[in-house]
Design a protein around this ligand. Sequence first.
Ligand SMILES: CC(=O)SCCNC(=O)CCNC(=O)[C@H](O)C(C)(C)COP(=O)(O)OP(=O)(O)OC[C@H]1O[C@@H](n2cnc3c(N)ncnc32)[C@H](O)[C@@H]1OP(=O)(O)O
Ligand SMILES: CC(C)C(=O)C(=O)O
Length: 554
Amino acid sequence: MKNVEKYARGYYMPPQTSLKWTQKEYVTEAPIWCSVDLRDGNQALIVPMNLEEKLEYFKVLVDIGFKEIEVGFPAASETEFTFLRTLIEQNLIPDDVTIQVLTQSREHIIRKTFDSLKGAHKAVVHLYNSTSLAQREQVFRKSKEEIIEIAVTGAKLVKQCAEETEGNFQFEYSPESFTGTEIEFALEICNKVLDVWQPTAENPVIINLPATVSMSMPHVYASQIEYMSENLSYRDNVILSVHPHNDRGTGVADAELGMLAGAQRVEGTLFGNGERTGNVDVVTLALNMYSHGVDPKLNFDNLPEILAVYERLTKMRVSERHPYGGELVFTAFSGSHQDAIAKGMKWREEEDRQHWSVPYLLIDPKDIGRQYEGDIIRINSQSGKGGIGYVLHQKYGLDLPAKMREHFGYVVKNVSDHQQKELMAEEIYDIFKNEYVNLRTPVEFVKYRIKEDDNEFETIVTIRVNGEAKEIVGNGNGRLDAISNALQTELGFDYSDLLYTEHALETGSKSQAVSYIGIKATNGTSYWGCGIDADIMVSSVKALFSAVNHLIAE
Ligand SMILES: CC(=O)SCCNC(=O)CCNC(=O)[C@H](O)C(C)(C)COP(=O)(O)OP(=O)(O)OC[C@H]1O[C@@H](n2cnc3c(N)ncnc32)[C@H](O)[C@@H]1OP(=O)(O)O
Ligand SMILES: CC(C)C(=O)C(=O)O
């Protein structure tokens, strides 16, 4: 690419790197989650949510289990202000939920923010100003000292307003654009703000270190978080928070490594909505944790419902490949994946197995409200017998013998390949019926009579050959054997190795028998048939005729 030299830059690695976080395998405890959907997510929407939409979204967040929710930027607009007033005046904030509001470090904005908070029992007031080299030089055109002054002046005013306003206020400070800030300067400015706020064990201060723009690889961010965690003043009374964005596609990695490095709190949004490429996706973070056997303390056991509300209110779309929520993320189309999943699911059914280890599926889709049927195995020309057999079994209760499954697999693949489309379960079942169950030409079974004498059977079978009715006669040491012999004599060719299986099939309140029959022609080729009937013997005879019709057609 021609302009690559434009982008060479340093990443502000800490002066001493201890990298203790690299020794940890996974996050062992849920962080304090703070949803910023209604603020950072909302400010990035083409049309920000209206009052009713924000109220509905707030309820969804509460139901998921968020205990901290940044509800907006009250000084930004009338809707934002009114939303906050509605939450407070209509008493819509549960006792165990703390709302959070964002403010720039500007006097009129801070004062308006506190106006919006009147009557709130408790709230986090979140103050920010940009600290990065780029913002200092280009946006603010101020020295480091002047930038510290903005933060400290704002922090003092926030403290004063909190003292003048009834309610319990906790403070949060973000050195916005932290990842573009020299790490020692970020530490200095945070410590200056902490000096103003004087955090205590009863009222700790949140220091939030945003990857406002994610610039470096995740290990750099983690090293920065660890450095801040180890060097912040009042550390015991500071809650260290991360707020990653997803510019490099590493928002989740940033948050996870950030937690390993000492972050106790995470700010993010559902499905990663937010500025540009979005905020970190809390659903993915929480369910990643769940997949490690750690309770994330957020409830996503009905993710499809949450996703539907999210898409309706934000008018954003969750991509098919989005972790956990995406339509296709538990779906296998390809044969070998389907085969392994179908076998893995069967292995689970055989015994009560606690530990989830089904190949290709990170978690059990059912745990987050996804269905097996139609969700995990879908059929196209990349699919194989395992998946096709699984669909027929799950949806229609058919349990094809292994060899027949193989034959039918190719039949289905052929249809899908030629039609260049995915086949739904109903279509597969139709192909199955046309291929075997309804195959009645050239020879159609009509009825049979049978006599038994000392385990010797003699039968007269009524058949129709190319539409013409006739009776054929045969003997054998079993009913099916006798009928098969009658057919072979009439048709004048041989087959052997009659392979027969059957099982019951519940259709509505009625039970039917399904029989599968495989026959081998003298040239070694196998042919398969299936019959379904309330009478088990009739189902076997129909299966035999279906297999024989395949043989004749060759
Ligand atoms: C990374 C983030 O997501 S931060 C949050 C961003 N979210 C939003 O901005 C959404 C809501 N914002 C708004 O509605 C508006 O920006 C308002 C109401 C807050 C402010 O509106 P306005 O004053 O009209 O405009 P604007 O935001 O452009 O103001 C820019 C001025 O504020 C200054 N400023 C910006 N951020 C801050 C800050 N955090 N602290 C102090 N000053 C700041 C700028 O330097 C600029 O100063 P100048 O007037 O001397 O040039
Ligand atoms: C206000 C801060 C935390 C922010 O939204 C960001 O830096 O992305």
